[in-house]
Design a protein around this ligand. Structure first.
Ligand code: FES
Length: 76
């Protein structure tokens, strides 16, 4: 079984805390190696063009990525 999830966020969610460890940054781009936490990998999305869907090979922000023209669903 495999699963493909689409993300369009290019920055983390910031959860403010009152403790001494500071704010918590939650990954919303889907590329962090430290999920659920942000590790800065979202920076790889900064040059993505609007309206284009990208596939990052192995969900790796440092690896190759390709623009995808369209999805084809199995039940179409
Ligand atoms: S939001 Fe995903 S790595 Fe920062």
């Amino acid at each position: 079984m495999s699963r493909d999830v689409t993300h369009d966020a290019q920055e983390p969610d910031v959860i403010s805390t009152d403790d001494h460890d500071g704010d918590i940054y939650v990954c919303r781009c889907g590329l962090s190696d430290d999920r659920p936490f942000c590790d800065g990998s979202h920076r790889a999305t900064e040059d993505e063009a609007a309206g284009v869907t990208y596939k990052y090979e192995n969900d790796d922000a440092d690896g190759p990525r390709r623009a995808i023209d369209s999805f084809q669903y199995a039940d179409d």
